[in-house]
Design a protein around this ligand. Structure first.
Ligand code: COA
Ligand code: AMP
Length: 623
């Protein structure tokens, strides 16, 4: 097949194209309406189809004779455990977990928050919610209690599913105190917290609110799949925006299943029965899509890895997993590849393993820098494929479409748009820019299946954040360009979102947290390029008068504050006390200029600047 033919058909005949893809799945009632618009003018896919994502991902494959095939492999170097689940075993565990939730009165449309480490029960919990038509919202385990509390208040879950602890290399992170604190901080109170006790740490349960997962599930009945409509929600996943309040990206069942199933062959060139490994975390969108849903919808085998690319025990960890489980495609973030490269620059550890099974390395989360790309190609001699995507879309907006037509790879480019994504580069007036010119990356509506249809509980935020800047387009928030041959280059965010070790964070949110400190008069947080993590936040603060603490003491307090309010993943470690921040005459902080100085980029001193000498003190800090 040819990429251009496939892509052009998806753009010119979207309904026929996606109807064909939908036929690859087992619906209870196949949708008659493929694409529709609601009264708010928002597009939806497969509105009248009846289905259940868990049925499509598990029960259907068992009916088709895949019951004894391995569905999920749990590999945990941090606990020295491995476990394999066949499709039948996984379905049975999921059905009982759904039965447990049902007995706790969780029903279709109810929300369930999942705050879990990388253990199979996290995937089981997600699939159990899907089975009941309940809407899950997974919160990344590295977020602190206040972040969890904000999500509890926004999603208003009936239940929260958690574990007694997570393990960071060798450090046991107790989850229960974080959960208790979050529930205390939140206005909304869940009826139940279901706690999976891990042997590494057992926590005390509150007899009225908490449920012992292991004990309760033993006697729970198996729940059947509840039919839902294609447009009923499967999950909410919170992501950072430009303000302090995270956005609840919603995912509809129908479009999600169709797009993800399609992507497994089209983008990743994986056949049912093969092993695909997304080395990410279920707390992020990559984890939702490519640890849990897509491989299972496709009848493939997925891996749930509880470990790091290095230190568990060394930089050969990924290659050990690939050999041991015969992984065909690995998908992870550039930061993970860079961490391995730093520890094992000549690939000596990789040579210890037979990696013949590995056909492709995939990368996403941030732009794959050319140096890391070349290193991977040199060491592993397989195609290295960059994917550009966002929590909002749930699957790659652009990639080399490996299962359709492998195109020559260009360093630094995400290659070409995936089916259904009409990607344009626009200037500030919404005019399409010619090839070679950089601008805002926008996607012409309608978006293909799986993309968000609103922000949970906040349609206005969805419209104002994504749809109003360029009418008729979705604003991605990224900037970039097409080269002369039509390859897409995504160059980074044009807003205040930064990417730290593949984790999407809001500098605006960090500023809000720092601003709460009693000694801080004003602050700005910008992203500074970092060789390992891609970007790291840097804070500039102006103190109130009469502060008795030293700059070092203030810095330490602020680092601790961000850690306890947002979480360790925010990785804010660099704070500078300054006398003034560069501002326009109307009082707007010139964050872009600050960022450019920190990153040693060329910049033009804005003509609107009120206090140009502040730039000199920032230059001094950087030098
Ligand atoms: N629960 C609790 N704490 C967590 C956590 C979790 N699930 N995940 C990360 N943290 C903590 C880490 O322990 C670390 O704490 P510290 O400051 O006390 O050391 C902090 O958050 C920062 O973590 P991280 O950004 O992961 O950095 P690291 O130095 O521990 O590891 C890498 C560096 C490159 C190995 C790691 O970032 C990595 O594997 N990245 C891949 C990211 C990824 O998969 N992203 C998904 C997009 S595809
Ligand atoms: P997230 O929603 O956490 O997946 O983060 C999405 C953001 O990560 C995008 O808006 C981009 O800024 C960045 N991103 C992800 N993948 C890539 C990529 N392959 N190239 C460039 N930027 C990327």
């Amino acid at each position: 097949m040819n990429y251009q033919e496939e892509y052009q058909r998806s753009i010119q005949e979207p309904e026929a194209f996606w109807k064909d893809q939908a036929k690859q799945l087992d619906w209870y009632n196949f949708p008659e309406t493929i694409l529709s618009k609601d009264i708010d003018g928002i597009h939806h896919w497969f509105a009248d189809g009846e289905m259940n994502t868990c049925h499509m991902a598990l029960d259907y494959h068992i009916e088709q004779g895949r019951g004894d095939q391995i569905a999920l492999i749990y590999d945990s170097p941090v606990t020295d455990q491995k476990r394999k689940y066949t499709y039948t075993e996984l379905r049975n565990e999921v059905a009982k977990t759904a039965g447990m939730l049902q007995a706790l009165n969780v029903k279709k449309g109810d929300r369930v928050i999942i705050y879990m480490p990388m253990i199979p029960e996290a995937a089981i919990a997600m699939l159990a919610c899907a089975r009941l038509g309940a809407i899950h919202s997974v919160v990344f385990g590295g977020f602190a209690a206040p972040e969890l509390a904000v999500r509890i208040d926004d999603a208003k879950p009936k239940a929260i599913m958690t574990a007694s602890c997570g393990i960071e290399v060798s450090r046991v992170i107790e989850y229960k105190p974080l959960l208790d604190k979050a529930v205390e901080l939140a206005t909304h109170k869940p009826d139940h917290c279901i706690v999976f006790q891990r042997p590494q740490h057992k926590c005390k349960l509150d007899q009225t609110r908490d449920v012992n997962w292991r004990e309760t599930v033993k006697t729970a009945p198996s729940a059947p799949c509840t039919p839902v409509k294609g447009t009923d929600l499967l999950y909410i996943l919170y992501t950072s925006g430009t303000t302090g309040k995270p956005k609840g990206v919603v995912r509809e069942n129908g479009g999600h299943a169709v797009a993800l199933k399609y992507s497994m062959k089209a983008i990743y060139d994986i056949e049912p029965g093969e092993v695909f490994w997304a080395a990410s975390d279920v707390g992020w969108v990559v984890g939702h899509s490519y640890i849990v849903y897509a491989p299972l919808l496709h009848g493939a085998t997925t891996i749930m890895y509880e470990g790091k690319p290095i230190m568990t025990p060394d930089a050969g960890a990924f290659w050990r997993v690939i050999e041991e489980h015969q992984v065909k495609g690995l998908f992870t973030a550039p930061t993970a590849y860079r961490a391995i490269k730093k520890e094992d620059p000549n690939g000596e550890l990789a040579k210890k393993y037979d990696l013949n099974c590995l056909k492709t390395l995939f990368s996403a989360g941030e732009r794959l820098d050319p140096a890391t790309h070349e290193w991977l190609e040199d060491i592993f001699k397989v195609p290295v494929i960059d994917n550009w995507w966002q929590t909002e879309t749930g699957w790659a907006i652009a990639s080399n479409q490996c299962g359709i037509e492998k195109m020559p790879v260009k360093l630094g480019s995400a290659t070409v748009p995936s089916a259904g994504y009409e990607v344009h580069i626009l200037d500030e007036n919404g005019k399409q820019l010619p090839r070679g010119e950089q601008g805002d990356i926008a996607i012409k509506l309608p978006l293909p299946p799986s993309c968000l249809t609103t922000v949970w509980g906040d349609l206005e935020r969805f419209k104002s954040g994504y749809l109003t800047t360029y009418p008729g387009y979705y604003l991605s928030g990224d900037g970039g360009y097409y080269d002369e041959e039509g390859y897409l280059f995504v160059m980074g965010r044009v807003d205040d979102v930064i990417n730290v070790a593949g984790h999407r964070l809001s500098t605006g949110e960090m500023e809000e947290v720092i601003g709460k400190h009693p000694h801080i008069a004003e602050c700005a947080v910008v992203g500074r390029n970092d060789e390992l993590k891609g970007q790291l936040p840097v804070g500039l603060v102006i103190l109130k008068t009469d502060v008795q603490l030293s700059d070092d003491e203030i810095s330490q307090e602020l680092v601790q504050l961000v850690r306890s309010e947002i979480g360790a993943v925010a990785a804010l470690k660099e704070i500078h006390v300054v006398d003034g921040l560069p501002k326009t005459r109307s009082g707007k902080i010139l964050r872009k200029t600050i960022r450019q100085i920190f990153n040693d980029e060329e910049f033009v001193v804005p003509s609107t600047i009120e206090n140009p000498t502040t730039l000199d003190s920032i230059k001094e800090i950087v030098s």
